[in-house]
Design a protein around this ligand. Structure first.
Ligand SMILES: *Cc1c(COP(=O)(O)O)cnc(C)c1O
Length: 243
């Protein structure tokens, strides 16, 4: 608990500093505390010190933790639950029923299933981030936007995806999410975040809507903030190495 408070205070300070370097207001940035692999007690300790946004990678884990936390704290606890990992078709109902935001849409088929479920259950529209891949890492999922500056087809694909989300009654369109490649130089990470932000600025004009940017994790959230992130997803810097 003391460790969590100490780490949370340090991360909050780093957020403030990075925002200041970029000439941004720190309150434009939402810290999503990534609790994957940690038990409900850890989440409650984080809640106790003031965290309200929690991120989970696996839909089952989020559903189970949300149910347990709501039982303990009551349903009006003010927590916003973020599904941050990509989703398989057969898990869509878990996310539709338990998540407040979804950061990693990689296929429109998943969006259709989410929207259908949300319509049936009369939930509020679920905000969706499209995951984009500007770095060319073979392992990364999401829309291939490696050459978006030169490649009109890539831009068209993304605009069509965004418009499709906007037209689905069960969903709303939040913005773009990306993951920086592993083990590369800072300049390359920065470039990935910058190009994602620039792509988003193009898309904002194309769909006439301001967007959010979900980018930055423990190792790179300060760079992401300098490059325009509005949601950062941080696990290890708050909770330590995962079990
Ligand atoms: C685990 C995870 C994070 C957090 O990673 P840390 O390195 O612990 O900060 C962020 N985003 C996604 C999609 C994750 O799966």
């Amino acid at each position: 608990m003391n460790d969590i408070l100490e780490h949370y205070t340090a991360v909050t300070h780093q957020i403030d500093q990075a925002a200041e370097r970029a000439g941004r207001a720190a309150d434009e940035i939402t810290l999503v505390a990534v609790t994957k692999t940690w038990p409900v007690e850890t989440l409650l300790a984080a809640y106790e010190v003031g965290m309200r946004h929690f991120g989970e990678n696996r839909a089952e884990e989020m559903a189970a933790k949300r149910t347990a936390v709501d039982d303990i704290l009551g349903p009006d606890n003010g927590i916003i639950w973020h599904q941050i990992g990509t989703l398989q078709s057969r898990k869509t109902n878990l996310v539709a029923d338990h998540a407040d935001m979804f950061h990693a849409l990689d296929r429109l088929k998943i969006a259709q299933r989410l929207s259908n479920r949300l319509m049936q259950t009369a939930h509020a529209p679920l905000p969706i981030f499209l995951e984009v891949n500007v770095s060319g890492e073979a392992s990364k999922s999401g829309w291939d936007m490696r050459e978006w500056e030169q490649n009109e087809t890539q831009r068209d694909n993304l605009r069509t995806a965004a418009q499709t989300i906007l037209d689905m009654p069960g969903l709303s369109f939040a913005g773009l999410m990306t993951m920086a490649p592993w083990g590369v130089a800072e300049a390359e990470i920065r470039n990935v975040f910058r190009r994602t932000r620039e792509l988003g600025q193009w898309l904002e004009t194309a769909v006439s809507q301001p967007l959010d940017y979900s980018m930055g994790m423990t190792d790179d959230f300060e760079i992401a903030i300098e490059e325009g992130a509005t949601y950062i997803r941080v696990g290890r810097a708050i909770f330590g190495s995962r079990r």
